[in-house]
Write a protein that binds this ligand. Sequence first.
Ligand code: FES
Ligand code: MG
Length: 571
Amino acid sequence: MTEHRSSEWYAGTDRNAYIHRAWMRRGLPENAFDGRPHIAIANSASDLTPCNSHLDEVMESVKAGIYEAGGIPLNLPVVSLGETQVRPTAMLWRNMAAMATEEMLRANPIDGVVLLGGCDKTIPALLMAAASVDLPAIVVPGGPMKIGTFQGAALGCGTDVWRLSEEVRGGTLSEQEFLKSESSMISSKGHCNTMGTASTMALVAEALGTIIPGLAGTSAVDSRLLENSHETGRLIVDLVTAGRRPSSFLTKGSFQNAIVTLAAIGGSTNAVVHLLAIAGRLGIDLTLDDFDSIGSGVPLLVNLQPAGRYLMDDFQRAGGLLSVLREVKDLLDPTALTVTGKPLVDYLDTARIWDKEVISVRESPLIPDAGIAVLRGNLAPGGAIIKPAAASPHLLQHRGKAVVFDSIEDMHARMDDPDLDVDADSVLVLRGCGPKGYPGMPEVSNMPLPKKLLEQGVRDMVRICDGRMSGTAYGTVVLHVTPEAAAGGPLAIVETGDWIILDVPGRRLTLDLSQEELNQRTPNKATVDGFAKPKRGWERLYVDHVMQADTGADLDFLLGSSGDKVSRESH
Ligand code: FES
Ligand code: MG
């Protein structure tokens, strides 16, 4: 048997090996320590991460597969992030979850890891950890929930919360009816069933090659999830034997495949910061502009909410990810490998589209060019992004007067003020919502529209913010403005009444002021007072070290990999 990493703990007859084995026995047979691979299951199951609460069941299937292949499975609960629950935003804790998981994988006697994630930040954090410890790793995505219904119609988890709450504010739905939909919104175990961040990251992780091809998108209630979890357990033992580490097969081409996927599925803008952060851990030179250049010309083929109509169950029934990728096979890197050791493109030929309403063929896309657009200009020198697929076509080239909010609290206090000087052509600006400013870069950029305009029937306006937007949201929203206001970005000096020019085809975001006028401006006190100034703890570490959105909002000292070596014994 090949010598595995865990043998450094368990092999031999000395006192330390005795200690490592003795404390781990607890029912394990003696041959558990004869040199076979020990596999951690990095498990983000938690009652406070409702989208992942079924992962203990998934783990049992992974365990069975690992045993079957001659390995020893070990449950490793990891920091878990419930997108809807944690304050001030789950994104503040993504890097902490990644760092804690990386360190525990390295510190423990394990040879490989199966990563169980689902809710938005959990798969990104686990992949960042796996990349930095560089142990053989495979993701099992927990899968979307089944479709709930309300008043006879399907509810899109996430997206319909935004839609229904705007209906209430616009006076077309009563609050009572709105509240009635609450118990139908989450219809089963699993994560949001729209093409939000969780669905996006699972599909993108499969395109990267880190999931058994064909698994991502499988419903949390589908028995094929457990079947593939069992198969993943067997496969991770092979990966350990073959020494197939993330660094050995994840390449720039893998990220090309992920970006093509992101565009073709109409995926969440959050994938941009997550993919940049994962690439940063692998030392792969991926830039914000790659999202525009690789994604441009990629057609939108998937008609799912929030950009379209259907939900994840429909997507799987219609053929799933592999049927989408078959349509854009020529845009994929044919050499990029998956965890199975075979290229992703080898899995596409037998895939079929069964419902062209849900998944379009290449010849008749929903939108011919669905890539995320990267905007630059004097308002976003480091770049900003917009998802044209989720925006209103008539607003993609727009000149309007700024209505500026200094903080999320300021926005909530004034947005519905009948005296607010705003009309449908105004450009809503919200600042102080970047990684440092908030802190944690929350999903607040899709500001609710002023009540008086909703009542007039306005359903979209240009919005600009240094924060993120929920993957389940939609609208003409310019996000991730870099540098953020709290890092000296020009967003901090915009004043209400300034003219702003958005030109998505031209990739420009401009504050219509001369350089001279710009130079004379300084941020007002309310803006600066709104920036976070944490004194201690994780928030302090985060604000001192977080990088900007254009490089993935990771901490500067977490870039790259430290490998799996631990230099010293504990006794
Ligand atoms: Fe967990 Fe949407 S809240 S995936
Ligand atoms: Mg989210």
